[in-house]
Design a protein. Sequence first.
Length: 301
Amino acid sequence: MIVGSALRTPLVRLNAPEAPAEIYLKLENLQPIGSFKIRGATNAMGHLTPETLSRGVLTASAGNMAQGVAWRARELGIPCTVVTPESAPDTKIKAIERLGGRVIKVPFEEWWRAFETRSFPGVEATFIHAFDDLNLMAGNGTIALEIMDDCPEVDAIVVPWGGGGLTCGIAAGMRALNSKCKVYAAEVATAAPLAASLAAGTPQVVDYQPSFVDGIGSKIVFPQMLERAQRLIAGSLVAEVDEVKSAIRLMAERNRIIAEGAGACALACALAGKAGGGRVVCIVSGGNIDFQKLCEILAED
C-alpha cells in the first residue's frame, strides 16, 4: 500500500574507515517528508475504510509522524489535525502546516495522554497512532526488506527508538528474513526509558530532559511496546547528546548527508562500538533539523 507514496531509499557506506565496524546508512531522510514516517502512516491509513477516513484524521507527534499523516491526508483530500508538544521545533511545525495540517500545541503531559487515549478533546477524527499500530509497524518493516536486498549479510541494525514502531517493525521483519541479524534500539541519554525498562523488566519512568534530539525520547515506554521489544530486539544502546552532534557532523563531512538528532542517534551508538563489529546498518530516520541548529552543530569543534 505504500508504493507511490514512499521511496525505496538507498543504503550507502559511511566514509569512515576508522570506524569500529563496516557501517552503512539507510537514508530515510530522503523520503518526500524527510523521514521514514511516510511508510507507516500510508500503510495504516490504507487499511481504513473510506467512511472512516472521511471524518478526517488525528495524530500526536513531535513533527515527523505528523508530516507523514498530513502528507497522506492531503493526497486523500481529507482534514488532518496534529497534537504536538510545546517543545516541537518551528521547522517541523511549519512543515506540517505547509502540508495542510492543523496544529494544536500542548504541554508534554497532555501530548503524551493523546497517545494513551488515542483521542484529543474537541476533535472528532480517526486517530492514527505514531507507533502502537500493527499496520503502521508493517509499513515501517518494509525497510527490513530493502536492507536485505542491499546488504544480505548484515550483522546488526541500529534503529532510533521513539515509541518503538520503527524498531519493532524492522525487528519483526528481520526475524523472518535473517534471524541471525541483531536489531538494537538507539536512545539519547537525556530520554532513554527503553534501556531502563529492559534492565528492570517493567516500564520505568525516567527523568526526561528536552534536547535538540526531539524526534525520539520520552519519560516512559508503552507496556505493549516494551513487551514487543523484549521479544524482538537485542537491547537498547544509549548515546550522549554530544555523541549525536558528532555523528551529525561526520555524516555531513564524509557523506554530505543532513540528519536530524534522532536520525543521527543510531550512528552515534555504532561509532562508539556499541553495536559490535562486522556489517552494521544505521537507520537515518529523518533529516528534519532546524537549519540554525544544524549550523551551530557544524560550527562546533
